[in-house]
Write a protein that binds this ligand. Structure first.
Ligand code: SAM
Length: 277
């Protein structure tokens, strides 16, 4: 069977959309999408056909393409992912963009090399590694899951950046020190949102938070004070409907700070910016 025949047969079954068929086919072949368009007459071995069928089956069981491919692009970089890590989302690039704006601020530039940055709930490490590739500071990251940290370490090695990792439930095991910038994309979905089939294969521990999605951020805000430098910026990724609640919590635990909400490209509240100085 040729590549084109396999492709067309699968399109005709109408079980997943054609762009996903192409993605899965490119994974089975270990080639990029361009290869599919350039080599329609390539003979596909029985072994590859079987592998393709197995991958399609997994996709139909809601396994995301990124897990099948074992990697995902984020902020122009490629990250290893597996079932223990959340798949990096384009929305989260806003956290990196805001962090870079802050670090490029002229007042901070002179002391950048001694500036400490923490990424809490690092998962694949996509946020802190993107920052480390684009700025010069001291980089730290933490996660409650050993298996996620293993992937983050692999990604740090892949991208040749130095990051100090902590295995910690929020700040519990992080030695006390002062961070100028803290990013966190902690779990923030509520029970109803967890019913969405497209996220069913991602770790619940990376997505779900009690108290209507607010429990992790409330605990984080309760604990963060001792870890903040004199002047600081905290960037939190949220669900759009949480902006008022998080604003209130930020004011409760860090009353001296300024709190702003930033929209994502769809004009939905996505990032909370808590700052002082
Ligand atoms: C939404 S994912 C974000 C992953 C990654 N930062 C990203 O943006 O793609 C949340 C991460 O927080 C971690 N996490 C959950 N509860 C935590 C806790 N109590 N303390 C530290 N990390 C936690 C999860 O293991 C998961 O890796």
């Amino acid at each position: 069977m040729t590549l084109k025949e396999l492709q067309q047969n699968t399109y005709a079954k109408n079980i997943i959309d054609s762009t996903e068929v192409d993605s899965v086919l490119s994974i089975a072949l270990h080639k990029n999408l361009e290869y599919l368009y350039k080599h329609p007459d390539k003979k596909i071995s029985l072994g590859t056909q079987k592998k393709f069928a197995k991958l399609i089956k997994l996709r139909l069981q809601n396994w995301p393409v990124a897990y099948l491919r074992k990697n995902k692009d984020f902020f122009g970089l490629n990250f290893i992912v597996n079932k223990h890590t959340l798949i990096p989302r384009p929305d989260s690039e806003l956290l990196v963009e805001e962090a870079l704006k802050f670090l490029n601020n002229s007042a901070l530039r002179a002391e950048l090399e001694s500036t400490k940055i923490l990424d809490m709930g690092t998962g694949s490490g996509c946020l802190i590694i993107s920052l480390a590739k684009n700025s010069q500071a001291k980089f730290f990251a933490s996660d409650i899951k050993k298996a996620a940290l293993k992937v983050a370490r692999l990604n740090a090695r892949k991208h040749q950046v130095k990051i100090t990792f902590y295995l910690s439930n929020l700040f519990k095991k992080i030695p006390e020190q002062k961070f100028t910038l803290i990013l966190a994309n902690l779990p923030y979905l509520n029970k109803d949102q967890m019913r969405e089939p497209s996220i069913s294969r991602e770790p619940k521990s990376a997505l779900f938070s009690q108290n209507n999605g607010l429990k992790h951020y409330e605990k984080f805000l309760q604990q963060v004070k001792n870890y903040l430098a004199e002047k600081y910026l905290i960037l939190l990724e949220i669900d759009p409907q949480q902006s008022e609640a998080i604003k209130t919590l930020s004011k409760k635990y860090l009353p001296e700070s300024q709190v702003d909400i930033l929209p994502d490209i769809n004009k939905l509240d996505r990032v909370v910016k808590i700052s002082l100085g």
